[in-house]
Design a protein around this ligand. Structure first.
Ligand SMILES: O=C(CO)[C@H](O)[C@H](O)COP(=O)(O)O
Ligand SMILES: [Fe+2]
Length: 215
């Protein structure tokens, strides 16, 4: 079962609520929120007030991808805003184990994202306690970038690591450059959460591309 998560990074920010409702109507199962602070990545998007503001316009679960320094300072605010998945970057967390526990203590699901250059083995000792591993298939910060093909091997490694740790319920998510061409290989490698921004929001038929990615 594939969960397609449209990334609102590529939506029209001037009508965010309508854009979210549109992809919900067209078959999305989750909304991916890219929080960027201009420090961890060289781009700035939105923070918790915007997440709170759009929460009332959809029933879909919110999946927050934190491309920020000190992600632990966002946890309580995201819980209050009704977020389901909180994914922090391994590279942003000196005390990753503590951050994962804090996300669970706030009654949310905990994900860890890996930049393209970060090995999957860095998650060996926390694999048993994550709900999701996010393999970045572009360098984080911007939508519309080209898919890095070596992410496919990392997806396989992430799935194998989760299985080896007995954590068969956790998902492997992939984010960056997912489209009609790249989706089949990431699904075959074991990704079940597919994030797509430009491929969905830039499509003339959003329902059709969501159906294609979900299939
Ligand atoms: O985390 C992200 C960028 O850092 C976005 O979720 C991602 O890039 C989606 O955009 P696209 O599908 O256009 O690549
Ligand atoms: Fe993202």
């Amino acid at each position: 079962m594939i969960t397609v998560c449209p990334s609102i990074l590529s939506a029209d920010f001037a009508k965010l609520a309508e854009e979210i409702q549109d992809v919900e109507k067209k078959g999305a199962r989750c909304i991916h929120l890219d929080l960027m602070d201009g420090h961890f990545v060289p781009n700035l998007t939105f923070g918790i007030p915007v997440v709170q503001a759009v929460r009332k316009y959809t029933q879909l679960p919110f999946d927050a991808h934190l491309m920020v320094e000190h992600p632990e300072t966002y946890i309580d605010g995201l819980a209050a805003a009704g977020v389901t998945y909180v994914t922090v970057h391994q590279e942003a967390c000196v005390h990753l184990d503590r951050v994962l526990q804090a996300i669970h203590d706030a009654h949310m699901k905990a994900g860890v994202a890996l930049n393209p250059a970060t090995p999957v083995t860095t998650l060996e000792w926390v694999a048993a306690q994550v709900d999701l591993i996010l393999i970045m298939s572009v360098n984080p910060g911007f939508g519309g970038q080209r898919f890095l093909p070596y992410a496919v091997e990392k997806i396989k490694q992430a799935r194998a690591l989760l299985d080896a740790s007995g954590n068969t319920c956790a998902a492997v998510q992939v984010d960056g450059g997912i489209n009609r061409k790249t989706a089949p290989s990431v699904k075959a490698a074991g990704a079940t959460f597919l994030v797509a921004g430009s491929a969905i929001f830039g499509a003339s038929d959003r329902a059709e591309i969501i159906r294609f990615l979900q299939a």
